[in-house]
Design a protein around this ligand. Sequence first.
Ligand code: NDP
Length: 282
Amino acid sequence: MATIIDGVKLAAEVREQAAGAVRELAAQGVTPSLAVVLVGDDPASASYVRMKERDCAEVGIDSRDLRLAATTSQHELDTLIDSLNADPSIHGILVQMPLPSHLDAESVIARIAPEKDVDGFHPESLGRLVRGLPGFRACTPAGVMEMLRAYDIDPTGMNAVVVGRSTIVGKPMALLLLEANATVTVCHSRTRDLASVCRGADLLVAAIGRPEMIDATYVKPGAVVIDVGINRTDHGMVGDVDYAAVEPIASAITPVPGGVGPMTRALLMRNTVAAARAASGR
Ligand code: NDP
């Protein structure tokens, strides 16, 4: 029987800490604010944005809802980002991904002022992570690290295997685990004999986007298993891990839903408060 790592409970704790910091800032006349930019009407993106705005309301962050038509041009979006960068009342800027295909996501991310990059996707934020300097860490991998800390799981010396090498999850996850002294292997779609590499893991992070792909044959008994995947199927939302098969052999596991997802959103709140604090010199 694995320990179930409760992302819902931990996320509530992170939001409560953020709310405490917001109250302190409010006493000094500062209200943290987050600009949430949504281009187009993708239903999944709209639902993520709604959840983020709800979190902001709970924590006391002022969220500015900026909805743009799917036909918005690159120039219009760039102009909006420039105005948000220049607005001292905005502390964090989030552009919900994916953007419609005619827009250049990389250039939009790079245009956000690094001090307002609360998603942690800007090249400067990623460079700071690589160099081990303070800066915004991407919310999903930062949320995973927070989960490990909360459950006293110290990655030091562990063989950690991260499946997935995206810039928003896999790569920063690997770097954070390396920073935490794990011995890290990063796998992807070209990895040979993935199951056997995964079976070497004391700590296995699945960030793949393939429903329930990681079954018991990928998992060493006693491993810690972190499931980042969010896959919508006919049977509802499932992770990248076959939870029913893996839970009996893992020592600890995150469920989907109720695991990494809520923590990702909570870390966005923490990053936004940190941005407001830094901007106001507090
Ligand atoms: P990407 O599609 O950007 O990356 C997926 C990665 O998985 C790639 O590196 C890809 O390899 C690898 N991969 C795909 N298929 C296989 C395979 N059969 N075997 C081994 N590796 C494979 O996805 P993201 O990183 O953005 O997201 C991953 C998952 O996490 C998704 O389910 C997403 O919804 C979820 N997610 C959850 C969040 C949360 O808050 N819980 C936040 C962000 C994402 P290659 O590079 O070779 O193509």
